[in-house]
Design a protein around this ligand. Structure first.
Ligand SMILES: Nc1ncnc2c1ncn2[C@@H]1O[C@H](COP(=O)(O)OP(=O)(O)OP(=O)(O)O)[C@@H](O)[C@H]1O
Ligand SMILES: [Mg+2]
Length: 231
């Protein structure tokens, strides 16, 4: 497998202003993530995980530093360019699935294509549903699915635009352990096709099972071996 870096952060900072106070949500973060890698981001509540996921996902802009997606430093891009980079590169998986409950599984997958002004390729959608083991449920309204099935539908939806990076913020947060394990297995099979997956999680078992862990604390990466995971 080629070792191609798909994501790189250098001295990445994100400061928020809260009244007169400056919150250093990310305070100089460095890392590289390669194609096909599954990396988890762990750290206490408030350590900057979601902030980092939002930057990687081009949902928000950094204050300072470098954030490269492929060869593009997204740090100085304007809103329209960011949207383009996001559509071409990023898929999102959230703890709260953000699926539309009254639409069918298939209709939920069609939405990102409609938003991106792309034609709806039914075969592709059905192939994706097969990949996440939901092929029998394409016509079912999302409100009738189990939590695990909803998350699988969320993952399939995140893949509709062929992202290079999947960004997952607490993807197993509300799921039972066994279902969480199935989601991880699914991530592993997806990553084999060069997709990089970044998972922010409090679930240490999930984190331990990924290839690499980045530990955040107070907006900084702290060196810590897998073996002494704690916080
Ligand atoms: N929009 C915002 N405005 C001001 N401060 C913010 C904003 N978003 C996040 N923060 C602050 O930035 C810091 C990092 O928050 P973040 O949500 O990234 O943490 P987290 O690691 O995802 O936490 P959790 O594990 O609870 O999800 C916190 O101090 C938070 O209060
Ligand atoms: Mg968070």
């Amino acid at each position: 497998m080629e070792d191609k870096v798909i994501l790189e952060a250098k001295k990445l900072k994100k400061y928020y202003r809260r009244g007169s106070e400056i919150v250093r949500a990310l305070d100089g973060v460095d890392f590289k993530i390669k194609e096909s890698e599954i990396v988890s981001i762990v750290g206490p509540s408030g350590s900057g995980k979601t902030t980092l996921m939002n930057l990687i996902g081009c949902l928000d802009k950094a204050t300072e530093g470098v954030l490269k997606i492929g060869n593009t430093n997204v740090i100085s891009l304007g809103e329209n360019d960011l949207i383009k980079i996001r559509r071409e590169n990023i898929g999102f998986v959230f703890q709260r699935f953000y699926l539309i409950p009254t639409l069918t599984v298939r209709e939920n997958l069609e939405l990102p294509l409609i938003f991106a002004n792309k034609s709806v390729n039914t075969k592709k959608i059905l192939d994706l549903l097969k990949e996440v083991n939901l092929e029998d449920k394409e016509g079912i309204q999302v409100k009738h699915l189990s939590g695990g099935d909803k998350q699988r539908a969320g993952i399939a939806r995140a893949l509709v635009n062929d992202p290079k990076i999947l960004v997952a913020d607490e993807p197993t947060g509300k799921l039972e352990t066994k279902v969480g394990e199935q989601i991880l297995k699914l991530f592993k099979s997806l990553s084999e096709k060069s997709l990089a997956i970044v998972i922010a999680t409090h679930d240490l078992e999930l984190a331990q099972a990924t290839q690499r862990i980045i530990h955040l604390q107070d907006g900084k990466v702290i060196p810590k071996e897998k073996s002494d995971l704690y916080y």
